[in-house]
Every structure is written in C-alpha cells, then in structure tokens.
Design a protein around this ligand. Sequence first.
Ligand SMILES: NCc1[nH]cc(CCC(=O)O)c1CC(=O)O
Ligand SMILES: [Zn+2]
Ligand SMILES: [Zn+2]
Length: 348
Amino acid sequence: MSNTIRSPELEISSILHGGIHHPLLRSWQANGRTLTKSMFIYPIFISDNPDAEEIISTLPGQKRWGINKLESFLGPLVKKGLKSVILFGVPMKIQKDAIGSAADSPETPVILALQLLSKLFPQLLLVIDVCLCEYTSHGHCGILSSLPNPTHSDQPTIDAQASAERVAEVAINYAKAGAHVVAPSDMMDGRIRTIKLGLMRSGLANRCAIMSYSAKFASGMYGPFRDATGNAPMFGNRKCYQLPPNGRGIARRAIRRDAAEGADILMVKPALPYLDIISDCAQIAPEYPVACYQVSGEYAMVVAGAEKGIYDLKAMAFETTEGMVRAGASIILSYFTPQFLDWLGEER
Ligand SMILES: NCc1[nH]cc(CCC(=O)O)c1CC(=O)O
Ligand SMILES: [Zn+2]
Ligand SMILES: [Zn+2]
C-alpha cells in the first residue's frame, strides 16, 4: 500500500481546509462581501437639554446627547473613520400633541443638530429618522382617525392620508435643515411617494435621499430604544402598521412597494431574526442598496450575553454583523459602530 494517497476514499471536493489555513485566505471566503467602516451608520439620540450627556440604562454604552456635546463626542469618531450618523430626537421638555407639531418646529433638537453637524462635519452623511411617535401625545407613529378601530377597541385607527402628509412635511423640513438622507420609520401607507413628491416640489429631490424602513417588523426588540426616547404608545400597540414577524410575503410586498414609490435605499429592521428578509430584499431589488438595523434590543442582547460570560463581545459583534452582510446588506445601522471603527482598523 502506498503512503502518498492516504485517504483514497475522499473525493477532491471533500477538501475545504486548504482554503482556510491562512488569515488572508479566510478573508477571501467573503467573496468581497466584507465589513468596512463605511458600511456603518451610527444611531445618535439628541436631547433637548443642550448640555445633556445622559446614560441610558437599558442601552449600555449609549447616551442621550445635548447639541453642545456633539463636537467633542463625534469629532474623535470622525477622525477614526465614522462616515454617517442617524439622528433621533429625544424631546423631554416640549409639548406633545396629536399631530406631533414639535417634530419639525424650528427649535426642535434634531433640526438644531442637523444645522450644527452640517457645519462641524461637512463630510459626514447626515441621516435622520422621520417619525411622529417621539412627538405625539398618544405616542403612535402617525395621525389617528376619530373612527374607532373596528376589530379592537383598545387599538388606534390610523388616518393614512393625514399621516403620510404630515410625515412628508416633517421630512422636507429636515431636508431643508441639512439632512442628506431622510429615513421614515413610521410605516404609514404611501409615505415614500408623498415624501418623494414633496422633495421634488421643494427642489430638494436632488440633494436628499430616502432610506425607507421598508420591512420594519412589530418586534419585541425595540424596548431599550423606547426607554431612550420615550416613544412608547400610550395605548394599544404598533401591530396595525408594523409588519407581523411571521410575514415574509408582506415584507416582500413592502420592499417592492417602497422601491416603486421612490425609495433610494431599502432597509430591513430588526436584522438578526430577519436575515431571510435581508436576503429577499437583495434579490427582489438588486438595483438598490440594502440596509439593515441591528436594533436596540439586539445590541443589548449581544452585550448582556458577553457580560454573562456566554461569549466574547467582539467575536459576537462580528459574527452577527457579518451574518447581515452575508445575507445581502451593504449598510448597517449599529450601536457597535464606535467599536467597529477601532476593530476594523486593527489587524485581524
Ligand atoms: N419609529 C420609532 C422607531 N424608530 C427606530 C426604532 C427602533 C430602533 C431601535 O430599537 O434601536 C423605533 C422603535 C419603535 O417602533 O418603537
Ligand atoms: Zn414611530
Ligand atoms: Zn389591530
């Protein structure tokens, strides 16, 4: 018996180890779908207390920032390669009302932040979340109809047209204040088209993109965000306008619809439990950049497990995020962005 052929029973196609024995060989297995700093958008909470730097207990490591703190907070991150932020308003002092008037009042913190950040960091891509829930007295993402909900008396009925029009008005005011990208998370029917037409009529369509939260599910993973922003609904829930977690088909319809209505970028949210939807999105709309949002609860879950010693934080942050990229995302909204700016600058 010859020693040169040690495993004649193995087929040539059985051999995988040869392709992964060196770090560079392993990195090539990504087929170019590899994480880079420019994929990340960092979510930032903007307080209406200008000097705020407040810890958010359920969102470890993240804070509510006053606009006076933004330069010293973001400056070092921009130096490390931060390319984009998404802003969320956290109004503590303002008057909330039925239509969320404070969302785009001239002194609302996100408008001040957009104006300031455009001056401080002209290269930074400014994305802004567009929704009413932080500013409405009822805490819902749209405008409510006076009609009772036909199936659940404890649930709201949405006035779809009034909602889309109000959301578009807010989006256009954010674009005027310097947003490069408006990202409607309200999930009202028809809002992408209404926003796009509004941008066109205002002469803003060629300098403001729409990143649609196209497939946003009614998830249990928004809890820390709701603590951070105080946007929990006063009654009922968001199941009449956010997608049901079992709904792969309606998610595909939502993606197609938002593309047809004028979205420039399509988003799936949350990310980790919805990798199939990310993959669907990349296949349904291959002409569009696909974004996904690793939401507050996913982030808190990864951090909590690491704190319990279940796994290594960095390894798990990479593994979860690489899953999203593998599924088809090329843009990641992540609370891990500051760490990735360090990690992706290191030798791995
Ligand atoms: N329109 C509100 C909004 N915009 C972004 C998030 C979630 C982000 C996160 O959990 O990190 C939510 C939560 C919600 O629907 O209550
Ligand atoms: Zn909302
Ligand atoms: Zn309902």
